[in-house]
Design a protein around this ligand. Structure first.
Ligand code: GRG
Length: 336
């Protein structure tokens, strides 16, 4: 199985420089805000979004016979700024998401809301968003900021759509794709597009990278939703959380689409009980297992991965393109 470290390999120096760039540029006024910010930034995630920005920047900046130089290239400050903007939007959205879900843990540590209460966590999320936008504006990189602003709005739309559906138990396949596009794929699309934009790539290339990021983003979220039904996963999160939160995701949709009206009614009745009834949760897991919901969802996930891989076929064979291909494989195979 491909690890995220293999994908990071061609940009190790950049990732180190990027960390210093964030520390130098992203600080807070006031002891408590600084303490919370340091805490939020110290628990590192996989860093998929900045990795994507840097790899697309490097891949798009290698032209023609230049492919040999691939392994010694490094990113510009403009690319680091782009990577910082997307990672900070992601960080703020996770902080707000944990408040909404009343989650106690994030990345193996107490969540910001668990440590400092929800109201303070919301302010920290807002503060990160405000600082992100003001740093972008102060650097006068308005083209980057404009992408990031619309990505923020799309994330909020996705979250609201999701909670609307969680209360009505009526999520169709199209609703689901709409939600995951907004919640997850849009920001990955912007992360990839900003890499290309940051190195002055053509409009066509920026759009192609956006499509690439969106395709892996759709696959990323579908795999996340499949893992929620997998008792052997290594995510560190309890399985079937989506059911407890009334979230109808692709493995269940696959089964519901093939069910009789009577069976669908039974599924909705079980879903209504899931928040506080573990027997209902287990029964729904069984229904999804029997209907091969995860395997069917996995076929759709692989179709998105193939689409993403195809978009890379136009590029020279560089370590950056190889790392992006590995990222596709990582997303499809990951168990955490
Ligand atoms: C504050 C912009 C903003 C939005 C608020 C709460 C909300 C509206 C949106 C939630 C968006 C959200 C949390 C989507 C889930 C995206 C996702 C797949 C998260 C997990 O990403 P990983 O696995 O996380 O890359 P790590 O921890 O590795 O960084």
């Amino acid at each position: 199985m491909i690890s995220i470290d293999v994908i990071r390999k061609p940009i190790l120096a950049d990732l180190e420089a990027f960390d210093s760039f964030v520390t130098e540029n992203f600080s807070a006024e006031g002891d408590l805000l600084q303490e919370m910010l340091t805490y939020a930034l110290s628990s590192r995630g996989k860093g998929v979004r900045p990795i994507l920005t840097m790899l697309t920047a490097l891949m798009c900046s290698v032209k023609g016979g230049d492919a040999e130089c691939g392994s010694v290239r490094t990113c510009s400050k403009r690319t680091y700024l782009a990577a910082m903007l997307v990672e900070m939007i992601h960080t703020a959205s996770l902080i707000h998401d944990d408040v909404l879900d009343e989650a106690d843990e994030r990345r193996g540590k107490p969540s910001v809301n668990a440590k400092w209460q929800s109201d303070t966590a919301i302010i920290l999320g807002d503060y990160i968003l405000a600082r992100t936008m003001s740093l972008g504006m102060a650097s006068a990189q308005y083209d980057l900021v404009s992408y990031v602003g619309s990505a923020m709005a799309t994330l909020c739309e996705g979250e609201v759509l999701q909670s609307q559906h969680a209360n009505s138990y009526d999520t169709t396949r199209n609703d689901y794709f709409d939600i995951i596009y907004r919640k997850t794929a849009s920001l990955l699309g912007v992360s990839a597009a900003l890499g290309a934009l940051s190195v002055g790539a053509s409009r066509e290339e920026v759009d192609r990278m956006r499509k690439f990021g969106e395709a892996i983003g759709m696959a990323f979220q579908i795999q996340d939703d499949i893992l929620d039904y997998n008792r052997q996963n290594n995510t560190g999160k309890p399985v079937n959380n989506d059911l407890r939160e009334h979230k109808i995701t692709l493995p269940l949709i696959e089964v519901m689409e093939r069910a009789s009206e009577e069976q669908r009614a039974e599924i909705v009745e079980l879903l209504k009980r899931c928040e506080s009834d573990e027997v209902a949760v287990d029964r729904l897991q069984q229904i999804v297992d029997d209907g091969r919901g995860a395997a069917l969802a996995s076929e759709t996930m692989h179709a998105y991965i193939s689409r993403a891989m195809h978009l890379l076929s136009k590029y020279d064979d560089t370590p950056y393109r190889e790392a992006l291909i590995n990222l596709c494989t990582f997303i499809a195979e990951r168990d955490k």
